[in-house]
Design a protein around this ligand. Structure first.
Ligand code: F6P
Length: 501
């Protein structure tokens, strides 16, 4: 049967639009501000593309709709599924497991069942809208079973997968009771992209040690019998044992008995042009000056911008800052720290706990060190539009990115892109994907509080020539690698891999 439908389909947990309510109370949609949507929108417009994703509300079924040229196909989730699939398995099992077990992952069979069912729903939605021989690009850790499920339903389509978060070392990954299902799910793709080389290596090592597949030059040789019968896509997953390891294949299997799946790094970037344009907008430049004035014209503004997430190292940053104030290395009035923490995953207990801890710590620091005219920490638990973010990037002398583990960290790249004037210092955790590319940042281990403190002081006192030299090199990296180039490179590699698989 020849399938009618779109040539290019993106499948992501979130749809490419957010619901908004106007001042008059009417609801509508606006395009999501993220780089992924910005990068993929022109590709979708040029190639008749559709976006499959959850629209963010529970227990609501929506018909497909168009918005600003995007064809959107909402996938419904029940309230139970939001709890078990999104808050549970995605963000209380996989998220902590894939981020170095900073908090303990919870393993619940009911959550995995919901994950499998919801992944099946996404795969079916993609299979229904993809035209014959279409390219389908699946995004992120919430949908790791979709590639194989989709291949079972639609062997004619080319499937890409990109993991936006880290992929853990095999020893940590092995804790997952459904580890083989996840590996097999991912191996349904023709191309599996990761942020860092080390993530791709971790994945390859897990595949080799658990499933035994032969791997050469980033290509995994996947036996044909792994493709389960079309029409009964869960069959293969049910039959797959999670325990034990398969004997390791030491040479390529016989021609015709396998297909290959490529697994390698494609570090994501940002919409550099938009950030640079905003950074030159006179109203944003004057907003930056206004922010500095409102903060009392300190010599140094430190800035942290994060989702309120335990992976971001906000506690470590505050601890270092508090010690510097206590020891008199920094003085309120000379310095201030602006910490933006956007609300995130508030239904998950570890996020609620983190919020309480940060509230307490900020309250303590400000109680101790604020003066009548100046604040030690200006803490804002809100999300801001990109224009305000760029004004903050322009106002800040030092950007603090102290994540304990982060797939990439796009804030670091946005700060660099906004600093057209060539000054400003980036303090960057070596545990972010961005650290692989932004080598001229002040690289730190956020667990080493003394090193973090020393880097904060170095950043605040760095002479302007030195800061400019570093920023020049950082800017070269960020400006020449925007998110459109990332998408183009991934999709070109996907089409080459599909032809040679
Ligand atoms: O970094 C992974 C990611 O899923 C991003 O794609 C997203 O912006 C962020 O985490 C927040 O995700 P959500 O609000 O959907 O849980």
């Amino acid at each position: 049967m020849e399938h009618q439908g779109y040539e290019f389909v993106v499948v992501a947990n979130r749809l490419a639009v957010n619901r908004v309510t106007t001042n008059e109370g009417a609801t509508g949609w606006e395009r999501s501000p993220g780089g992924l949507v910005t990068a993929l929108a022109p590709i979708m417009a040029a190639s008749e593309g559709a976006w499959v994703g959850w629209h963010g509300a529970a227990d609501e079924e929506l018909e497909p709709f168009d918005h600003e040229g995007l064809h959107l196909h909402p996938v419904p989730l029940t309230e139970r599924e939001v709890h078990d699939f999104y808050e549970g398995f995605s963000n209380d099992t996989l998220w902590p497991l894939y981020h170095d077990v900073i908090v303990r992952p919870s393993f619940h069979r009911r959550w995995f069942n919901a994950y499998r069912e919801v992944n099946q729903r996404f795969a079916e939605a993609a299979a229904n809208v993809a035209g014959q021989g279409a390219t389908v690009w699946v995004q992120d850790y919430q949908l790791q079973l979709v590639p194989q499920m989709l291949r079972d339903l639609r062997p004619d389509v080319t499937i890409g997968f990109f993991n936006h978060i880290p992929f853990p070392p095999p020893g940590i990954f092995a804790q997952l009771p459904w580890r083989h299902s996840v590996l097999r799910g991912l191996l349904g793709a023709d191309l599996i992209g990761f942020q860092r080389e080390s993530d791709a290596r971790n994945f390859q090592r897990a595949v080799r040690s658990r499933l035994g597949h032969y791997i050469k030059s980033d290509r995994v040789y996947v036996p044909n019998e792994y493709d389960s019968q079309a029409g009964s896509p869960l069959k293969g997953f049910d039959a797959d044992p999670e325990r034990g390891t398969a004997p390791r294949q030491l040479s390529a299997p016989e021609e015709g008995t396998y297909r290959t799946a490529e697994a390698r790094a494609f570090p994501i970037s940002i919409d550099t042009e938009t950030i640079q344009e905003l950074a030159q907008d006179p109203s944003i430049i004057s907003r930056a000056a206004q922010i500095r004035a409102e903060l009392g014209h300190p010599k140094t503004i430190f800035l942290g911008v994060d989702r309120l997430d335990y992976t971001k190292g906000i506690r470590h940053r505050l601890k270092a800052y508090e010690e510097l104030l206590r020891e008199g290395e920094l003085q309120v009035g000379d310095v201030t720290l602006v910490q933006i923490a956007s609300p995130s995953r508030e239904g998950v207990a570890s996020y609620q706990q983190l919020r309480d801890e940060i509230d307490l710590t900020v309250g303590r620091i400000n109680g101790e060190y604020d003066t009548m005219g100046h604040t030690a920490v200006r803490y804002l638990h809100h999300s801001y539009p990109l224009r305000e973010m760029v004004a903050l990037y322009l106002a800040a002398d030092v950007m603090l990115v102290t994540a304990l583990r982060d797939g990439m960290n796009l804030v670091a790249k946005e700060y660099v892109a906004a600093r057209k004037s060539g000054d400003g210092v980036l303090v960057l955790s070596e545990f972010t994907g961005a650290a692989d590319q932004l080598r001229q940042a002040l690289l730190i281990n956020p667990h080493d509080i003394e090193e973090l403190k020393a880097s904060m002081v170095t950043a605040a006192t760095m002479d302007s020539d030195q800061a400019r030299k570093r920023m020049r090199s950082l800017r070269r990296q960020v400006v020449s690698n925007n998110v459109s180039r990332w998408a183009k490179e991934f999709l070109e590699s996907l089409s080459q891999q599909h032809t040679s698989a």
